[in-house]
Design a protein around this ligand. Structure first.
Ligand code: ZN
Length: 156
């Protein structure tokens, strides 16, 4: 899902929170920011793969990768099986560290000790929920690996 889509839904989310809760503007801002910035792990993959820090190039690279992945997923008849395997392998190779169960468990635990981390966790959870819906709609059954341990074991 594109950052601008996350921004749009995130904005809607904090407007709703702003109406129905007593959260401060700062808390709402943290929730919105973290619901977008969690995707920084995609950029980190680009930096690692390409040895380049450009956000603009990373964005283009990731959009291309996403398109390639989607075309592999939707073409159930025309796309041969080895493509699906390739995408699965790439999924493991490109594990997004902030999109994992382990990250959320840690954030959940730290939320008890810090209000800021709690707001970040809310933002990240909302982002993750959108990602799951997006993955389900566009990729059907095949979800990206969301557990560091699980994807490590799967690659064995
Ligand atoms: Zn994401």
């Amino acid at each position: 899902m594109y950052p601008q889509t996350h921004f749009a839904f995130g904005l809607l989310f904090i407007v709703i929170l702003g109406i129905f809760t007593t959260l401060s503007p700062l808390a709402l801002f943290i929730i919105l920011a973290s619901s977008i910035l969690i995707d920084v792990d995609h950029w980190m993959i680009y930096v690692k793969e390409k040895k380049d820090l450009s956000i603009k190039k990373a964005y283009r690279w990731l959009v291309d990768a996403e398109k390639a992945k989607l075309s592999g997923m939707t073409g159930t008849r025309s796309v041969p099986n080895h493509n699906a395997d390739k995408h699965k392998r790439q999924g493991r190779k490109f594990l997004c560290i902030f999109h994992t169960i382990e990250f959320f468990i840690l954030m959940f635990i730290f939320s008890f000790f810090s209000q800021i981390i709690f707001y970040i966790t809310v933002g990240c959870s909302f982002h993750f929920f959108l990602d799951l819906v997006y993955t389900y709609i566009y990729m059907g059954e095949s979800r990206k690996p969301v557990s560091i341990i699980g994807s490590f074991l799967a690659s064995k």
